[in-house]
Each structure stands twice: as C-alpha cells, then as structure tokens.
Design a protein around this ligand. Structure first.
Ligand SMILES: NC(=O)c1ccc[n+]([C@@H]2O[C@H](COP(=O)([O-])OP(=O)(O)OC[C@H]3O[C@@H](n4cnc5c(N)ncnc54)[C@H](OP(=O)(O)O)[C@@H]3O)[C@@H](O)[C@H]2O)c1
Length: 289
C-alpha cells in the first residue's frame, strides 16, 4: 500500500471509530487481527453457557465484543455457546468456574489471564457480568440451612469475592453488571432466601459504583422479571399455570425470553449508556407495575 492510500485508510478508520461504524466496516478476519486490535472490548460472563448468560454473550458477540463465558458443570452447553458466537464471526472462549467456591478464585484469575493473553493478546477485561446462579422456590418455613448457605455462596459471597479477585484484571473505565431479580422488589411466596441474596446484590452494586468510580468503572444491577430459561427447573417456561400467572401480572402480556435480556445488557454496556451508574434497572415487561 502506498503512502497516499495508507493516509486515506487511516482517515477512514478514524471516521469509522468516531461514528461507531468501525466494526461493521472493518470486520475481524483472523486471530492475528484480534490479537492486534485494541478497540475490541472483552467481557467475562459468569454462567454464560445457557440461559440469560448465553443470550448476553451472543448479543455482545453481535456487537463486536469478545466474550469469555464460564460454566459450572455443563461443558457441552458452554462449547455450543462458544461455537455459536464464533460461527457468527465473534470471538469467545469458555472456562470452568463454580462461583460459589471462593477458594478457587485465585487459580481462576490466573487461568483467565492466560486465556486473555493466548486468545486475545490482552491482560484486562472491560466488562464483568455477574450472572451465574441457581434458584430455590421453597416456603420460608421449609428452607434448610444448607440451601440458604448455597444460595448465599453463589449469589452473594461469590459475586462479592469474585469481583474483588478480578479488580486487577478489570480495565479502568470498564463496567460491571450484577444480575438481580424482580423478586427483590415484589414478594412472591417461596423466594424469601433467593430474593434476599438478590437484595444484597443491589446494595453491593451501589457500594461498588461508589468505590470503583475513581477508576472510571460503572456498576449497575439488571433485574429481570420471570424469564423462560432452565432456571428453577425451567418452571417459568414449562409450568403452564406459572407461565399463565406471569403473563397475567405482566403489562406486556407474556413471560420474558432470554432475548429480552441479553441484548439489553449488551446495549447497557455500550458507549451510549456510559453515564448510567449505581442503578437498578428492572427488565420485566412491566411485572407487577
Ligand atoms: N430466569 C429467570 O426467570 C430469572 C429471573 C431473574 C433473575 N435471574 C437470574 O439470572 C441469572 C441467570 O439465570 P438463568 O435464567 O440464565 O439460569 P439458567 O438458564 O439455569 O443458567 C444458569 C447458568 O449459570 C451457571 N451456574 C449455575 N450455578 C453456578 C455456579 N454455582 N457457578 C458457576 N456457574 C453456575 C450455569 O452453568 P452450568 O450450565 O454449567 O450449570 C448456567 O450457565 C441468575 O443469576 C438468576 O438468578 C433469572
């Protein structure tokens, strides 16, 4: 390429960056492109193998964000999600992590850093989405200490200490999204323990926003309503009376689907929404409004 063409290309790239058209005009072609491209953001999505995490990773991929997803047990589901993202021209990798086992976090961070270097030529992530989790639908009177402790380990203690362990790996100016639930605002019988953990996450979000603001890191809560995933044994999707109940209390007249949430989180992480910080955003189609 001669000097004149080089200058024209540099000007075009500058204009494309300024207008947000860079990725569509200059799609990434090879692993080398990815390794040398510092405009490409990188997200870590916990529990990204299925459900809302997978929908988020796919939506981020469609916006040109590289994603590292984690899974607890279902490696095949994680591999399928990675293949889907890569099949659509995105970049993704999967790592095993039980977000309820704090003692495993230092080794996980080392593994993450190795994958960041090897696959993306980077040593930082830009976005952390604390999404992994399981449900419990049991009357307050019957919840056991073990069930309570497991919920606490995964939904609160795990999020707290994983985020802490990842602080050196999150780029200044990055973002964190913590998943809560509509159940932390309205009360449905059977969710006292689960929803209390989500309530704790909403408080933690505001504290993280305050303490990490000095590094330019914005932290928000996304609180989905009832969504048709495998969550809670797939109850919202597969249990018709429950699905009908959700429909009847939702202003938009149906239960949510993963694509109601994933693209919303991806758009929350875009430049357009950089000034949203310390907020709880409910994404429920208007449940119990
Ligand atoms: N679906 C809803 O109605 C709803 C509503 C409000 C909030 N939420 C919240 O949204 C998040 C995602 O829910 P979902 O509906 O997508 O659930 P899902 O379809 O059951 O998927 C859960 C994901 O989290 C992973 N996971 C579960 N426990 C884990 C652990 N201890 N450590 C690491 N990974 C773990 C799973 O990995 P494996 O596949 O390997 O098990 C899977 O990738 C959760 O925090 C949930 O509380 C869901």
């Amino acid at each position: 390429m001669n000097e004149k063409n080089r200058q024209v290309l540099a000007r075009d790239k500058q204009e494309a960056r300024a207008t947000g058209a860079y990725r569509s005009r200059y799609p990434l072609q090879t692993k080398e492109d990815v390794m040398t491209d510092n405009t490409r953001k990188i997200a870590l999505v916990t529990g990204g193998s299925r459900g809302l995490g997978a929908a988020t990773a796919l939506a981020l991929g469609a916006r040109g964000v590289s994603t590292i997803i984690t899974y607890r047990a279902d490696k095949e589901a994680a591999d399928r999600t990675v293949a889907q993202i890569v099949g659509k021209g995105g970049q993704a990798a999967a790592l095993a992590l039980d977000t309820g086992v704090v003692s495993s976090f230092p080794a996980f961070v080392n593994e993450l850093q190795a994958v960041l270097q090897a696959n993306f030529g980077r040593d930082r992530i830009d976005y952390l989405i604390n999404n992994a989790g399981h449900g419990l639908n049991k009357p307050f009177a019957d919840v056991t200490e073990d069930e309570f402790d497991r919920l606490m380990q995964v939904h609160f203690k795990g999020v707290f200490f994983l985020t802490q362990a990842l602080l050196p790996v999150i780029a200044d100016g990055g973002r964190i999204v913590n998943l809560s639930s509509g159940l932390a605002r309205f009360a449905l019988p059977g969710f006292s323990a689960y929803a209390s953990m989500k309530g704790a996450i909403e408080v933690l979000t505001r504290y993280l926003a305050k303490e990490l603001g000095a590094r330019g890191i914005a932290v928000n809560t996304v609180a989905p309503g009832a969504i048709e995933t495998d969550f809670g044994g797939g109850a919202v999707r597969d249990n018709k009376p429950l699905n009908d109940m959700v429909r009847s209390v939702t202003a938009l007249g149906r239960a949510g689907v993963p694509d109601d949430i994933g693209p919303m989180i991806a758009s929350l992480l875009s430049e357009d929404n950089r000034w949203i910080n310390g907020q709880r955003i409910e994404v429920s189609g208007g449940m119990f409004v």
